[in-house]
Write a protein that binds this ligand. Structure first.
Ligand code: ZN
Ligand code: ZN
Length: 135
């Protein structure tokens, strides 16, 4: 395998993860449509800044770019635990940053609460939609 092939795969995984996270955000009943719309103007990419090489999972900058730690992304995809758990962890991390971007005025504690609520209600609504479609 050459490295550009791997790189393209990575991008596809990242795109799919980001889209799935937006679907969770879009399905949550915790935000109104104006708040959800703000997230559509964010961009995202992998990051190797000093923090991301150490502890950081992801962050969002002033230009509303979500920077996902390249290390965290790689480690999560390559870890021994079943991939779905790692993928959900990445999605949760992205959702957390989306909420930082939507609510720049809120502190970490509030964003943590909002992330948990948005995740719960978003994934529940998505599951309901899927069940309705299958019935
Ligand atoms: Zn970074
Ligand atoms: Zn945070």
């Amino acid at each position: 395998m050459n490295s550009s092939h791997i790189a393209r795969n990575e991008e596809e995984v990242l795109d799919a993860l980001y889209d799935s996270t937006l679907a969770v955000l879009d399905s949550t009943t915790q935000l109104d449509s104006e708040q959800k719309t703000r997230a559509l103007y964010f961009s995202y990419n992998l990051c190797s800044c000093k923090e991301c090489q150490k502890e950081c999972g992801a962050h969002i900058n002033k230009k509303r770019q979500i920077r996902i730690s390249k290390n965290f992304f790689h480690n999560t995809l390559n870890q021994e635990t079943p991939p779905p758990i790692g993928l959900l962890e990445l999605m949760y991390t992205i959702l957390h940053q989306l909420l930082h971007g939507i609510f720049p005025e809120h502190n970490e504690e509030t964003i943590n609460e909002k992330t948990e609520q948005a995740w719960k209600s978003g994934t529940t609504e998505l599951a309901k939609q899927k069940l309705n479609r299958n019935s």
